[in-house]
Every structure is written in structure tokens, then in C-alpha cells.
Ligand binder design. Structure first.
Ligand SMILES: Nc1ncnc2c1ncn2[C@@H]1O[C@H](COP(=O)(O)OP(=O)(O)OP(=O)(O)O)[C@@H](O)[C@H]1O
Ligand SMILES: [Mg+2]
Length: 231
């Protein structure tokens, strides 16, 4: 279970998260909010990619500030920009690197990699250059490379933004069927319809916390109430 205790974060002198306290226990949690509202910053706090300026983030009682390595093993993170997640030259190597600490026999690791690539529609790209995949294929690769490590919790920052309809369905169905806890950031609000809980982030605070339909209504209200600056 992830717990945030009065967390604040600023970039330089710009406050981005302002006193957030949460217990994230539900299996499917969505995070929505305007561009720049602080969602990605909040997501990055959950696996210790960012540590809070004040307050604490605990993952099963591990403090992200002190036990970042252990936290990262539990919490997998899928970035919205898949390019920043690709670290190896070929598709298969990029997935295999996540298994390197497992001490699996080579053949077993290779079988796991081939299986997961096939499941995510990348079977034909096994030995291709990862950076030459299409944008959507890179997002599928990023997801496969994280899932192969079997994290207990998965944080996904807009994993479907670049995907075509078919791949959106594959990713969303995958996230639904995973036994792990999933925390999903998205602007595709319909994706969250059957989630257990949705948080609406606004100007670095949680403006709403509850069922998806109400969260979406609240989000739309918030956006529509803003005065759009005249050109
Ligand atoms: N590394 C950084 N350095 C400085 N400012 C940053 C950095 N990352 C984010 N910010 C700022 O923090 C604020 C929140 O950014 P964040 O990426 O958390 O928003 P977001 O809700 O994920 O937005 P989006 O929907 O566009 O992804 C923005 O004003 C952004 O400019
Ligand atoms: Mg973001």
C-alpha cells in the first residue's frame, strides 16, 4: 500500500504539489487533471523517481527517500514518453534487461521475453532496433519491459496516448486484467469507467477523490469554469 503524508514538492521556487495526503489501497486508481496540474509529479513520487520536499511517501512502509531501490523493485513505472524508457539497442534486449537480476537460466529468460513480446504484438520485432519502432510500438515495448519484471504495483503515466484503437484496447484490457494494483494517469477519461477510485488533481491539490463518473464530472466542471485568456 502506498501512503502519502502531507507531501509537498516544488521545482525551484514553483510549488507543484501542495500538501497531499493519501492512502492508495484500491486495485484500480485513476489520476486525471489539466495539463500542468501535477499528475506526473505525483506519479513520480510514488516510486521514488522524485522525493518530496516535505512530508513522506511510504510504499509498504518503505520510505521512498531512504529505500528508493527497494521501492523501485515494488513499483513499476511506465513513462508517457517511451523513448526515455528504452535503454537497449534491440527490442528483445530491452525487455531482457529487466530480468538480469533474476538469475534465470538464459533459455528461460529468452522464453519469457519472446512470450511477452508476442502478447504485446511485438513478436515480429524481436531483433529489430528498439528506437526504430513506431511511437505506439514503443509504448507497447515500454509496458512489456516493465511487466516482465512483475512489479507489485504499476504506475502508468499516459501509456495509451500514442496508441491506435487496437493497441489502446490491448493496453487497457491488460491493465484491467493484471493482478497487480494499477495507478493510471490519463486524459482518455472513458478508460477509467470501471476503476475503483479516481483522483482529480488541480493546481497541485487533490480536488476530488471518489468514483469515476463523479470524478469526470468534477474534472469537466473545473476545466469549464476556467476563464480562457483572450488572444
Ligand atoms: N523537471 C521539471 N522542472 C521544472 N518544472 C517542472 C518539471 N517537471 C514539471 N514541471 C512543472 O510542474 C508543473 C506540473 O507538471 P506535471 O508534469 O506534474 O503536470 P501533469 O499534470 O503531469 O501535466 P500533463 O497533463 O501535461 O502531463 C508544470 O507547471 C510543469 O511545468
Ligand atoms: Mg504528465
Amino acid at each position: 500500500m502506498i501512503e502519502l503524508k502531507d507531501v509537498t514538492h516544488a521545482y525551484g521556487d514553483r510549488p507543484v504539489l501542495r500538501g497531499i495526503s493519501l492512502r492508495l489501497e484500491e486495485r484500480r486508481i485513476g489520476l486525471i487533471g489539466a495539463n500542468g496540474s501535477g499528475k506526473s509529479t505525483l506519479a513520480r513520487l510514488l516510486n521514488g523517481l522524485i522525493v518530496p520536499d516535505s512530508g513522506q511517501v511510504l510504499v509498504d512502509d518503505l520510505d521512498t527517500r531512504k529505500q528508493a531501490r527497494a521501492v523501485r523493485r515494488k513499483v513499476g513505472f511506465v513513462f508517457s514518453n517511451a523513448d526515455s524508457q528504452i535503454i537497449m539497442p534491440t527490442v528483445a534486449e530491452d525487455v531482457a534487461i529487466g530480468l538480469r537480476d533474476r538469475g534465470l537460466p538464459k533459455e528461460e529468460a529468452a522464453t519469457l521475453v519472446a512470450e511477452i513480446l508476442a502478447r504485446y504484438g511485438l513478436g515480429d520485432h524481436h531483433d529489430h532496433q528498439a528506437h526504430l519502432l513506431s511511437g505506439g510500438q514503443k509504448q507497447m515495448l515500454a509496458l512489456a519491459a516493465v511487466l516482465v519484471t512483475q512489479p507489485e504495483i504499476l504506475v502508468c503515466d499516459e501509456p495509451t496516448t500514442l496508441l491506435d484503437r487496437r493497441n489502446v484496447r490491448i493496453v487497457v484490457d491488460t491493465l484491467r486484467s493484471l493482478p497487480q494494483q494499477v495507478i493510471l494517469l490519463t486524459h482518455q477519461l472513458e478508460t477509467l469507467a470501471d476503476f475503483d477510485r479516481v483522483l482529480v488533481v488541480s493546481e497541485g491539490r487533490v480536488a476530488f477523490d471518489g468514483p469515476p463518473a463523479e470524478a469526470v464530472d468534477r474534472y469537466i466542471e473545473l476545466i469549464d469554469s476556467e476563464v480562457v485568456p483572450a488572444r
